[in-house]
Ligand binder design. Structure first.
Ligand code: PMP
Length: 406
């Protein structure tokens, strides 16, 4: 029989534990480089100006109510979300080879995809993640009882991509494995394959009949250019792959707590693709109904308002360039401060890496020392959130790094 006393204590989520420790620290110059959320130059959360506008439009809409959304979510949102990631002129959309379901942000999209694959993908495939990857990938696929494994990704020596290791592992994986790929701005390393490397990865996946599962949490946030950040996904679709995409609007709209996301399934170019997609869509609806009934409305309404209005869309792109631009500026500033201080080691990876995060190469011991001597909070794998740096603290942080690595 069930014994409530026998339930063991679970470990605290490392990231949320770090946030709590930061908040409890009274030191005035403390620096939070753990959080995966954008901060402005004053270290404050930023409500995108275009989101404020969309919010005002929604508030003034007398037709707005609090009824349930359909099971698959707000149609004006999911169709705009598909165009955003696949491209407005995507043949896959024109040929009705896609189906989209609104989810509880990117996490919910990864989960819905995992649940769907666990149910319908033949032969209990192994899911391959990059080593390292977003820690939640492991937990989510464990929850649906799919076996997981990793492929090498980060080279400790170059602090760039271990492309040879990655290719070998993908080749060695059993045929028809599921390969999880970060569409852009890889978390936690900030290291992305080049377009030439993506092409080689596509060839390998095709040879092995692997299934690509794209996780796209940072479109527009990495380079500031929505099409550039979607390049890998669009390339795979152009090559006729059957694939799925987990899409988050947390970072690129600053809608973290509103949980706006989407799961897309794209089939290959078979003649009966539209029927296939119809059946997949019907199964996704059943899974969604049993898990969440229907998704939350507010974030999807905000994103839909912006995505479907050309003027607001242009303003959003401006907001994206502001966020990604500030982060790129901080990368340059951090690297040049470290080089100015002649801090031991090479620091080019700080500007080579892209997106919200940088894998500094600092050891667990150095990370602990940074926290003890300088009140700098970062995850023990040496990852820093670039958004936590600003003109007021980047020099302080560089000096602290200089101190601990000497
Ligand atoms: N995938 C990756 C790689 C991420 O970095 C994140 C955000 N931390 C997510 C998915 C999903 O986040 P959310 O559920 O907030 O959209």
């Amino acid at each position: 029989s069930f014994s409530a006393e026998a339930v063991p204590q679970a470990p605290e989520d490392p990231l949320f534990g770090l946030m709590a420790a930061y908040r409890a620290d009274p030191f005035d110059k403390k620096v939070d480089l753990g959080i995966g959320a954008y901060r402005d130059n004053n270290a404050k959360p930023w409500v995108l100006p275009v989101v404020k506008k969309a919010d005002a439009i929604l508030r003034d809409d007398p037709a707005l109510n609090h009824e349930y959304l359909p099971i698959a979510g707000l149609a004006s949102f999911t169709s705009a979300a598909a165009k955003l990631i696949l491209g407005a002129d995507s043949p896959a959309i024109a040929e009705q080879r896609t189906t989209s379901v609104q989810t509880i942000s990117g996490t919910g999209a990864v989960h819905l995809g995992a649940l769907f694959l666990a149910r319908f993908y033949p032969g209990k495939p192994t899911v391959y993640f990059s080593n390292p990857t977003w820690a939640n990938h492991n937990q989510i696929f464990n929850n649906v009882a799919l076996p997981v494994a990793t492929y090498p990704y980060f080279s400790k020596s170059t602090k760039g991509l271990d492309f040879m290791g990655m290719k070998k592992a993908i080749s060695d994986a059993p045929d028809r494995s599921i390969i999880l790929l970060h569409a852009c701005a890889h978390n936690p390393t900030g290291v992305d394959p080049t377009q030439e490397q993506w092409k080689e990865i596509a060839v390998l996946l095709r040879e092995k009949s692997h299934f690509p599962f794209f996780d796209c949490a940072y479109q527009g946030f990495a380079s500031g250019d929505l099409a550039k950040d979607a390049w890998a996904v669009r390339y795979f679709v152009s090559q006729g792959f059957e694939l799925c995409i987990a899409q988050s609007f947390a970072k690129n709209f600053g809608l973290y707590g509103e949980r706006a996301g989407c799961f897309h399934f794209v089939t290959g170019r078979a003649t009966d693709a539209t029927k296939t997609v119809g059946r997949i869509s019907s199964q996704l609806a059943i899974l969604q109904r049993s898990e969440i009934s229907n998704p939350p409305a507010y974030g999807a309404r905000i994103a839909s308002t912006v995505l479907n209005d050309p003027a607001l869309f242009a303003e959003w792109e401006e907001n994206l360039r502001e966020m990604s631009g500030r982060i790129i500026t901080m990368r340059k500033a951090l690297r040049s401060k470290l080089e100015e201080l002649e801090t031991p080691g090479s620091w080019n990876h700080i500007t080579d890496q892209i997106g919200m995060f940088s894998f500094t190469g600092l050891s667990e011991r150095e990370v602990q020392k940074l926290r003890d001597v300088a009140h700098v909070y970062m995850t023990k794998n040496g990852r820093i959130s670039m958004a936590g740096l600003n003109t007021g603290n980047v020099e302080y942080f560089a000096k602290a790094v200089d101190r601990v690595v000497r």
